[in-house]
Design a protein around this ligand. Structure first.
Ligand SMILES: NC(=O)c1ccc[n+]([C@@H]2O[C@H](COP(=O)([O-])OP(=O)(O)OC[C@H]3O[C@@H](n4cnc5c(N)ncnc54)[C@H](OP(=O)(O)O)[C@@H]3O)[C@@H](O)[C@H]2O)c1
Length: 382
């Protein structure tokens, strides 16, 4: 039987990206859903797809701008008015903003981002947590980020909001430890959604290496179901990044992130000219191949479709890695980090040697003084 039958999950930011993938997983498990975002048309379409494909039947759509004052209270009131009990709350809705804080970014957008990422998430948690505690059951999943634990130049305010989400969540976990209510923080690395486009960061080096939102959602879903404190999706690579963030000096992490958030280098004009013809031809062939494949795809069996999908995926990933110019930047970033860690280790080691030397000298001096005092005492006694 589906685990979610008779239960309800409320998901903010369900209209795209990670939130949409999470909503799909809840729908597949038979949860009733409350879907919240500004694009209610997208949410309506999603609700139809879920109802016709999965066991979920009751889906409530709330079109709401969550960056507005008391938006959370309004969502809560609408849910209460429909007598819906929320068993799982997913605070996913969030935005970023790219640029130098002092000169480039717009305060109104930053204010709205802080409101959405911090204030609304906090108020949603407060309102629904109160009811969960009264029933002594419930689950909350908060979208933090790997940026929650590192500084991120050029995304300074965004990283600050995510640091808040992570810290807030970890404090709540302690406050709730003697209850049956759990709170989980999800800390994805850069993920392939509309996030970077909307933030104005679509041309940054970090976008060369994005992970799959379905994978992120799957790990997040498993973690919230298990009541885990936190989850870093993406296996060993992201886990080691997390550990590095805890041990490396903040300056080094900031430098590394600055490198990742830098704009991709402009291809030089000559090179661009020489490749533009090839691009045009290649693009034309790709479009024609795409049309042919789409027609073929529509008329083919499910098994073949799966094979085509697999082949397309592996061709896509090969193309991606072939065109990937990130390795230089990454290795220099890793070097910066490593050098900085080595430097700080060396200076700590040197300080320790100095201190030992000073202690030895002090010891010698005290021993000599002690000897003299002893001689004086012996003279006095004599
Ligand atoms: N992508 C990444 O690299 C990444 C990494 C770590 C963490 N995250 C976090 O993951 C969460 C989801 O982001 P995503 O990557 O899935 O991006 P996304 O595809 O852009 O999705 C963002 C979602 O938030 C909703 N939203 C944005 N502004 C809103 C507002 N004012 N009111 C209500 N809903 C709003 C959007 O819906 P409407 O536009 O329809 O309102 C959309 O459903 C965010 O909290 C983000 O910080 C993302």
């Amino acid at each position: 039987m589906n685990a979610g039958i008779g239960k309800t999950a409320l998901i903010t930011g369900a209209s795209s990206g990670i939130g949409q993938e999470l909503a799909k997983l809840f729908a597949q498990d038979g949860y009733n859903l409350v879907l919240v975002a500004r694009s209610d048309d997208k949410l309506d379409r999603l609700a139809e797809v879920f109802k016709s494909n999965y066991d979920t039947q009751q889906i409530t759509v709330i079109g709401k701008d969550l960056s507005q004052e008391d938006a959370a209270q309004d969502v809560y009131d609408q849910v209460k008015a429909k007598d819906i009990i929320v068993d799982v709350l997913v605070n996913d809705a969030g935005v970023g903003l790219y640029g130098m804080f002092g000169t480039d970014t717009d305060w109104e957008r930053e204010k709205a981002m802080i409101h959405l990422n911090v204030l609304t998430l906090t108020q949603m948690t407060k309102l629904f947590l109160y009811d969960m505690l009264a029933r002594n059951e419930g689950k909350i999943l908060n979208l933090a980020s790997l940026l929650s634990i590192t500084p991120s130049p050029l995304m300074a305010v965004y990283a600050g909001t995510k640091a808040y989400v992570y810290n807030f969540t970890q404090s709540l976990i302690n406050e709730l430890k003697d209850t049956n209510v759990t709170v989980t923080a999800l800390l994805p690395n850069a993920t392939d959604t509309d996030f970077f486009n909307k933030a104005g960061a679509e041309n940054t080096k970090v976008t060369d290496e994005l992970q799959d939102p379905a994978m992120v959602a799957k790990d997040g879903y498993a973690a919230v179901m298990a009541g885990k404190n936190k989850i870093v999706p993406g296996g060993l690579k992201n886990k080691s990044y997390e550990i590095l963030a805890y041990v490396a000096p903040q300056e080094a992490m900031a430098a590394a992130m600055r490198g990742k958030m830098a704009q991709k280098p402009e291809p030089d004009a000559e090179k661009e000219d020489s490749v533009s013809v090839a691009w045009a031809v290649g693009f034309g062939i790709a479009v024609l191949a795409g049309i042919a494949l789409t027609i073929g795809y529509k008329n083919t069996s499910d098994f073949k479709k799966a094979r085509y999908k697999y082949k397309a995926k592996s061709a896509g990933s090969k193309a991606k890695s072939a065109g990937n110019a990130l390795s230089d930047a990454l290795s220099s970033t890793a070097n910066t980090l490593l050098n900085s860690i080595v430097d700080s280790y060396k200076s700590t080691k040197n300080e320790a040697i100095d201190l030992t030397q000073q202690a030895k000298e002090k010891g010698k001096e005290l021993k000599e003084k002690g000897g003299k005092l002893k001689e004086q005492a012996e003279e006095l006694v004599a």
